[in-house]
Write a protein that binds this ligand. Structure first.
Ligand SMILES: Cc1cc2nc3c(=O)[nH]c(=O)nc-3n(C[C@H](O)[C@H](O)[C@H](O)COP(=O)(O)O)c2cc1C
Length: 275
């Protein structure tokens, strides 16, 4: 197990707090997370998919409704099509296993209809949100399981760029929506894949009540930390642009949403009324 002090230093860029109090192997795995965008050409051991799905299914789920599903894509051609729909991200083609996590209200619709029972509740935004939360919790359990096995992953939110076409490629019925994809595979050992620092806890952790203006110092600290990080990684970020500016650009206009500004319309086309 890597030293907790070192893990915290990687995550926050400074000695954050004394970790000797309460720690576990699982927390070490969590703090070691980094997204992997370069994979070895090596298949996963048999049974890996089923193990990851068992981990995913062990996540909590609202009212035990289990309103999520996952499509495992291994065929090169299908990965290729999905990569094209996700802004041509090469890691989707390269990874041996691509998991698409679904908000799934089709199963409950089907059960209700096959018993002749009403299901208007499924038409509400709340149920869609519930299914998205369920899918995210399940996926993150799979990520942790994968990372604990020495595998790497990266989420692919770009699955939402062109939702109707993704639904077609995966044969999704109405009331099913691809929330995000997840590349899974062995990290390429020649790629420099490092832990990315996060905001100081003073910014995200609020005690008793929420405080906005007090976050300023922590954000300024993080801007500097990330500037150093971008430089050390030789990342293509303009030298006068810091994390704040970079983040605000991501939300500057409808055009910055890579097609997802029409998500409501896409969801309605996929059978979600969102009342
Ligand atoms: C829901 C979600 C969607 C994401 N979509 C993409 C994506 O489409 N492409 C990509 O390369 N990374 C994607 N990421 C990865 C983030 O960029 C990454 O988690 C973030 O930069 C922090 O880096 P780290 O995961 O290495 O700590 C996504 C992450 C999440 C949680």
């Amino acid at each position: 197990m890597t030293n907790p002090t070192e893990l915290l230093k990687q995550r926050y860029g400074v000695d954050a707090f004394d970790p000797e109090i309460f720690w576990s192997e699982c927390i070490s795995t969590l703090l070691s997370h980094r997204s992997v965008r370069a994979y070895r050409d090596k298949p996963l051991p048999p049974g890996t998919l089923e193990t990851l799905v068992a981990a995913a299914q062990s996540a909590a789920t609202s009212s035990n409704l289990q309103t999520w599903s996952v499509v495992a894509v291994e065929e090169l051609q299908r990965k290729e099509k999905l990569a094209q729909l996700a802004n041509n991200q090469v890691h989707i083609r390269q990874c041996p296993l691509f998991l698409v996590w679904l908000a799934d209200l089709a199963r409950l619709t089907y059960i209700a209809e096959s018993r002749g029972l009403p299901h208007e509740g499924l038409d509400y935004l709340e149920m869609f949100l519930m299914a998205v939360v369920d899918a995210a919790l399940a996926a993150q359990n799979a990520v942790i399981a994968a990372e604990s096995l020495g595998l790497g992953t990266v989420y692919i939110g770009a699955m939402r760029n062109r939702p109707e076409e993704v639904a077609q490629v995966l044969g999704l019925p109405p009331h099913v929506f691809a929330v995000f994809g997840l590349c899974v595979g062995y990290p390429d050992p020649t790629a420099n894949i490092v832990v990315k620092p996060r905001l100081p806890q003073s910014v995200v952790l609020h005690r008793e009540t929420y405080h906005l203006a007090e976050q300023e110092n922590g954000i300024a600290f993080y801007n500097q930390l990330m500037q150093d990080f971008y430089n050390s990684q030789q990342m293509n970020v303009p030298s006068d642009s810091d994390w704040s500016e970079h983040s605000v650009k991501r939300v500057a206009s409808a055009g910055s949403l890579s097609g997802r500004d029409r998500l409501r319309e896409a969801l309605q086309n996929l059978g979600f009324l969102l009342d």
